[in-house]
Design a protein around this ligand. Structure first.
Ligand SMILES: [Zn+2]
Length: 343
């Protein structure tokens, strides 16, 4: 679990990285390998050809394979291993298991379970995606070697991103270029470690850009209070899309609070728009009042003429125009008492 950090200095960040910056172990432990090989079965689950355990260098010899390759962040556990024939293993190499045609359903399910435990960013694709589209997205995602990026986000807003060049993580020129582009000038640059210091907002943007670019983000410090899904960057088995769908194994991520700061310029703009709208409304109200006054006068005139001729007159119609006029009048001049029709 990524530790909570109240504050962090450059020295603290460097010392937090030191124990993690070791050669990445890619081989699962012996007991795990032995356990899987002991329950190998008799046929390869991928090509259904019977194993030939007699020729140890033959293509049908049972061989261990990982569901999510450890170089792509797969865990070094028994769950991540399965047995297939040597030919299938060599053809597949480190590509994602989903790129294998006719993958059995139980292996696909096991792969999904392992992926949630892996330091592996899920491809942010909807469930309706076709297998072909999924495969090409995965191939694109894993086209470049994965490099580790160390990241820390402290409660006081001091955030760091560091790339070590010590253990095989230097080969990614793309990552170095991306970091220089998105994170600006490094705070500390030595042959071993390049550290960028970022403000909270910039950190959230950069760290998710790195995750989307398939960098292996290793958290060395995180906030104690998590505001929205963007603060869950250290849950690196998930992409932003997965977090937004609240689908990550057992994790309830608060929905985006979307409390975007409104700058002074945007504030002025909003005020101006509101003022203009109010002015236009007032103008329309005055125009409407003039029309209502004319209609009211005409209706009253008609009523007077009819009453002069000894007829009862269109009382309902007149009442409608009176009401309309008084509503318009009180909107422009404030509340006024309703006149009685008989006056
Ligand atoms: Zn096979």
């Amino acid at each position: 679990m990524v530790p909570v950090a109240a504050s962090m200095s450059l020295a603290q960040f460097q010392s937090a990285i030191a124990p993690l910056d070791v050669r990445r172990r890619l081989c699962p432990p012996k007991y795990a390998r032995r356990k899987r090989l002991a329950h190998a079965g008799s046929r390869c689950p991928l090509c259904s050809i019977a194993y030939d355990p007699t020729t140890s260098n033959g293509p049908n010899f049972p061989s261990l394979a990982s569901l999510v390759h450890t170089s792509l962040g797969g865990p070094l556990t028994v769950d991540n291993l399965f047995v297939c024939c040597r030919r299938c293993q060599q053809v597949r190499a480190s590509t994602d298991l989903l790129t294998v045609p006719n993958l059995p359903a139980d292996l696909a399910a096991q792969r999904h379970a392992v992926l949630l435990l892996a330091q592996n960013h899920l491809a942010p694709l909807p469930p309706s995606t076709t297998l072909a589209a999924y495969r090409s997205a995965l191939a694109q995602r894993h086209a470049l070697p994965r490099s580790r990026v160390y990241a820390a986000q402290a409660d006081d807003g001091s955030c760091y991103v560091g790339v070590s060049s010590r253990y095989g993580d230097t080969q990614s020129k793309g990552l170095a270029r991306l970091l220089a582009q998105v994170a600006g000038t490094p705070l500390n640059k030595s042959p071993r470690l390049t550290v960028y210091r970022l403000e909270d907002d910039a950190f959230r943007r950069v760290v998710w850009q790195l995750i989307e670019a398939n960098a292996w983000v290793v958290g060395v410090g995180r906030r104690s209070r998590l505001r929205d899904f963007q603060d869950y960057w250290w849950l690196t088995s998930a992409s932003v899309g997965e977090l937004r769908l609240r689908k990550v194994a057992g994790v309830q991520v608060p929905l985006n609070a979307s409390r975007r700061e409104v700058g002074p310029r945007a504030m002025r703009q909003r005020k101006l728009v509101a003022e203009r709208r109010a002015k236009a409304q007032a103008k329309a109200d005055v125009l409407f009042l003039k029309q209502a006054e004319v209609d009211f006068d005409q209706a009253m005139g008609r009523l007077r003429d009819q009453q002069a001729m000894g007829l009862p007159g269109e009382l309902e119609e007149t009442r409608y125009y009176v009401n309309r006029y008084w509503a318009a009048y009180s909107k422009v001049h404030g509340q006024a008492a309703m006149p009685s029709l008989n006056q």
